[in-house]
Ligand binder design. Sequence first.
Ligand code: DC
Length: 209
Amino acid sequence: MSDLVIAIDGPAGSGKSTVARTVAELLGWSFLDTGAMYRAVTCEAIFRGIEVHDAVAVAGVADDVSLTTLPRVTVNGRDVEDEIRGDEINVAVSVVAANPEVRASMVARQREFAAAQPLGTVVEGRDITTVVFPHASIKVFLTASLEERARRRGDEGEDSVARRDEADSTRAVSPLRQADDALVLDTTGRDVEDVAQEIVQWLKHNLSR
Ligand code: DC
């Protein structure tokens, strides 16, 4: 088992998932999309008719669900890959992600996942560099202009993306913020492969020090 982790954070549409997936492919490492985990819990709470502001009930869902993110996102065996990207979840997920008990449960699962991988794990989210893996092999913070981020999010629109960033960056628990020792990359107008290669080079540089 390996304790090698590349931690990647950034706002919605900054390119985290595509870049992280590409880095994982280049290295033959595992990949973990932690946003999909918060989305899947949100989906399951709504499926059970639970109001997302009911913090205790939602924390109960987070504790007892079985979750997978690859090859498809599933909750208790139910495929929610498409459903988790819908408008209802885009709005509700920020409430669920601000719930400290939900976060504690997801963070524990994320650490367990990484600890069980044979080579290394590329993990992306909002608190990965600051809370989940503060001692990661390398930390990366991706940014991009709001216009480009909204374009990458397709139908979601600039207002919705900006609203979610505001909620994620100003919440009391584990807000999105740049770690002091993170490599900051602006992906606006940049090719995924090119950004991914830069991260791999940064990893090699750091591991050889
Ligand atoms: O990356 P994404 O858009 O799929 O993330 C969905 C939501 O989950 C987003 O509003 C922020 C939240 N999130 C979080 O709070 N912490 C993470 N590690 C990952 C995502």
